[in-house]
Design a protein around this ligand. Structure first.
Ligand SMILES: [Zn+2]
Length: 228
């Protein structure tokens, strides 16, 4: 022991007091935000343009059915999986069902299970307060402010760079290797939400026609799920 340390207590790191920060240190990058715009807004615009042009020869009822099926699958993943099961633990599910719900909910493009659950638990903890990411009241009470709040609370939150801290709000999911894997590979699943219906449209019963691009139904899911 050197002279300088004689009589000194060893320095130990003090545990941090108080709750962990609300937001994760690393928010969404520009690339991620751009991809979100491309995969969420792009298909909506394409659909609006495609229906009047292709209906009857390029688009038909089989495309509508394909879109509806993906809509129901992704929607159930979000409402029964992300929301009721993962966020609130409202019921018990076997592991295969848990994983299936987690994967199909990713098709809605509303973030990975870890991200969604953290965001939604924060919403409940600070309901309609300043730190609630889904509050329609955050811009004020005028008509204009409420309209902005409505859009922001239902869809706008998805395009923001801030990311709710999963270490504070979803530590249980961070301990599940499957959820961590989904979080890491979320981009591939997001891409498949676009490619899968397209592939079925091209190779399936309606082969030869132009497939309905936004068949996954994620656009509609994104509009309605966060306040369920
Ligand atoms: Zn809830």
């Amino acid at each position: 022991m050197s002279a300088s340390t004689i009589g000194k207590e060893p320095v130990t790191e003090q545990p941090r007091r108080g709750p962990k920060p609300l937001l994760a240190e690393k928010g969404k990058g520009n690339g991620e935000i751009t991809l979100l715009w491309f995969f969420i807004v792009g298909p909506m615009v394409a659909l609006a343009a495609a229906v009047p042009v292709f209906w009857g020869w390029g688009l038909g009822w089989d495309d509508v059915v394909l879109g509806a099926v993906f809509y129901v699958i992704a929607g159930l993943g979000v409402t029964a999986g992300f929301h009721r099961y993962f966020t609130h633990g409202a019921y018990k599910a076997k592991r295969w069902l848990e994983l299936t719900m987690a994967v199909v909910a990713c098709l809605s493009l509303e973030m990975s299970p870890i991200g969604w659950v953290a965001e939604h638990r924060r919403h409940h903890q600070f309901s309609d307060e300043e730190d609630d990411p889904h509050s329609p009241w955050r811009f004020g009470t005028t008509k204009r402010a409420l309209t902005k709040g409505f859009v922001d609370s239902h869809m706008g939150w998805l395009f923001k760079k801030e990311r709710t801290n999963p270490e504070r709000f979803a530590p249980d999911l961070l301990k599940d290797p499957a959820m961590v894997w989904l979080d890491k590979h979320y981009g591939y699943i997001a891409a498949s939400s676009f490619l899968l219906p397209t592939l079925i449209g091209v190779c399936g019963p309606g082969a030869g026609k132009v497939p309905l691009p936004p068949s996954s139904g994620r656009d509609w899911c994104a509009c309605r799920s966060c306040t369920m």
